[in-house]
Structure formats: C-alpha cells, structure tokens
Write a protein that binds this ligand. Sequence first.
Ligand SMILES: OC[C@@H]1[C@@H](O)[C@H](O)[C@@H](O)c2[nH]c(CCc3ccccc3)c[n+]21
Length: 446
Amino acid sequence: MPYFPEDFIFGVATASYQIEGAWNEDGKGESIWDRFAHTPGNIQDGTTGDVACDHYHRFEEDVALLKELGVDAYRFSISWPRIFPEGRGRVNEKGLDFYRSLIGKLQEAGIKPVVTLYHWDLPQKLQDKGGWENQETVEAFAEYARFLFQSFAKEVFLWITHNEPWVVSFVGHYEGRHAPGKRDFKSALQVSRNLLLSHGLAVQAFREEKTLGSIGITLNLTPVHPFSDSEEDILAAKRCDGYFNRWFLDPLFKGEFPEDMLLWYEKKGFALPQLSEEEKSLIAQPIDFLGINYYFRRVVGKGEGAIFEVEFFNPPQSEYTDMGWEIYPEGLYEIVKRVSEEYQPEDIYITENGIALPDQPDSKGRINDQRRIDYLRSHLLALHRAVDEGCPVSGYFVWSLMDNFEWGFGLSKRFGLVYVDYTTLQRIKKASFYWYQKVVKSKRVD
Ligand SMILES: OC[C@@H]1[C@@H](O)[C@H](O)[C@@H](O)c2[nH]c(CCc3ccccc3)c[n+]21
C-alpha cells in the first residue's frame, strides 16, 4: 500500500482564463484569449471564456470546495490584464483586490497558494505590438512579475513563471490552434527565446525582492518512444524529444539550446534564436523547482512531416481519453526519472495530471467517474515508484479542481473532480472528488 511522505503536497490546479469569466469586468483589460475565443471558428463548440465557471464571483464557494477536498495547496494563475489592463503602467486595483481576497480565503482555509504568473492570457494591447515576438513584452512581463512579488511578498508557497512555454510558442505561433493563432515556425522559435528570457528576468526580480516561497517554471513533458527499433524511427523519436522536451529543458538547466535541434532548424532554413553568454546565464540561473505537466506519451516514426519528418502512432492496444490522448501511466515514472538523472532539478512538482471524460450526471444527479479514479490511481502509483527510487518530487496537482474552458475545445471537455453545469453554474462533486479526498487525507494510494 504505497504511502507518500508525510510532507508530500497534494493539490489541484486551475487557470484564470479557464475558470474566472468576468472577462471585461471591474477594469480588466482584453486578453489574447478573449480576442481568440471571440473570433468565429477558433473554438470547436463555439463557446468562450466570457463566463466559464464564473469563479470571479463564486471564488468563496470554490475555496469551500477546496477546503472540503482537504488539499494542502491550490494552483491557480493570475490574469495579467486584470492587474495591468494595458500590459504595463496603470494598475487596476479591483483586479488586484480579487487575488488579495482569493489568497486571503485560501490562507483562512489553511491551503497554500501556488501562483502561475502566466497561463496564456497575454494582454491584447501587448499582442497589438507583436506580443511575445517583441522585446517589449519581455520587459513588461518582468515588471508584472516584480509587481506581484511586491504585492504578495509573503503569502505564496510556489511561484511558477510560465505554464508550458512549448505550448505558448508552438501551439500558439506554429500550429495556430491557440491564441494568438499564428502559423509561422520562425515566430515560434523567437517566442520560445523571449519566454525563456522573461522567465530569467522574473527569477532575478524574485531574488532581488527577497520574496518568500520558491520559484520555478512548468513544462509539459512527454516521453517519446520510437514506433520500431529501426535507425530512422529512433532518429525521429530523438528529433521529437528535442522539439517537445529538450528545447526548453536544455536552456533552463544547461544554458544552451540543444545543438542537434539548432542544426536541424538551420538545415531547414530557419533563422536561429540567438542568445548572448549573459542571456544564457540569465535563463539558466538556479530555480527552486521544476513543474512538470504530464498527460501522455508520444510514439513516433520516420514520416514525411514538413519540418520534423515524423509520423505519430496511436498504439491500438492502449486506452484513450476524451482528448484522444493515450493513457500511459508509466510515462510519468519515465519522465520524472529521466529529468531527475539528466537535469538534476532541485525539486519537482507534478503541477498537472488529469483526464478528460464525457462526464454526465445519472438519474440521481451523481457522476460516477470511475475511469478518472483509475487514471489518477495508476499515475500516482507510477509517481510513487519514482519517489521511492529517490527522485526529488515534493508534490502532485490534479488537473483540474472543476470542469472548465478547455481552450480550443471550449466547454466540451471535462477534466474536473467537480462537475460544472454551465446552464446553472452549479458545482457537483464527482466520485473522483471523494476518492482524492481520501488520498489527500491518508497520503496513501490504494
Ligand atoms: O488539456 C488539459 C490541460 C489544460 O486545460 C491546461 O490549461 C494546460 O496547462 C494543459 N497542458 C496540457 C498538456 C500539453 C498540451 C497542451 C495543449 C495541447 C496539447 C498538449 C494539458 N493541459
């Protein structure tokens, strides 16, 4: 019966644009996700985050849910345009007050606040000037971060500079499925460089402001397996590992972009993101923890794809989620082991892990999401193996506390331990809520 350490942190995670709603209330500025979701054709089910879970008005009820769940910590993100409607300059006091109230309620409930500074909702005014391709956004992010460190100097347990710079760079600027919806690989490379620089400036500000708590960054990491043991499939897997994982892990922990990827991009004719020696050490300055978001692995082989010449495979014998992602619990063990051995982070938190299911209340209004319980159990057992083997993992956050706005899929994908009825905004605790409540209380997975 695997027990986690007594001081192991169990939590749940959310993000501002996905749960808050009140998209233009109390002085909040427009974000690139407001603009993207308001643009017809971008969101699969035609919904937006205008209301979402209406957490902005219901946060006290939601903190009560967190207290009932019994979590040690709660990960949420701050909406940059709620604080600085234009991205920098004028402060919107009502926006700041919302987060002061939320953090106050969490402290009353004995729950540690974990704050993500950037979870994709860039102020639109900054996007109008080039967004993350523009050096000005890097500077504006550093100012935004420093302001928050000063405003919440003592209350926050973990600060996460960025959530998944890979997604912001490549899904937002190359695949185009996320805001701002660009399809330009060169832009994506430039954005990845600027996100890393902005991370470095924020860490520097955190140290200068002598802010309490710890600071780190969250990466979505996925093990990449070759479809066969042929030389060309193994090389395809190595290229994908570089694209998805090493492109950010290497600069953050080794101070360099991975050489094999730079050569590959140069061969494909892309101008490479340049980093001076000073910029390299800014990016690779020590952080207190690495956040890992784990959901699935990737199986690849040699293909005709434009830039990477890879083809993705879905092993037929596996189970898949409502997102079409393979259920592969061992991948969490693999990625934690690999990162611990190859990059030696000070500490690791699993800042997201969860599953989308087509949850529906039964005739008695209950949601028996047994598949979510099975998913979470199998991943916690895999994580426990890594902890047992000495990997420095201090916590685990389920994505998500409640169903919410799932980006390009809108409100149609449900990841929550709590069901949200979007017509009434009623919250309904699922079977997985009660299962996780027991895990958090006992620190044991059975
Ligand atoms: O999709 C579920 C969650 C999102 O709701 C979170 O906001 C985001 O941090 C997050 N990242 C991932 C894994 C990486 C990924 C993101 C987007 C598309 C494909 C993979 C899954 N999730």
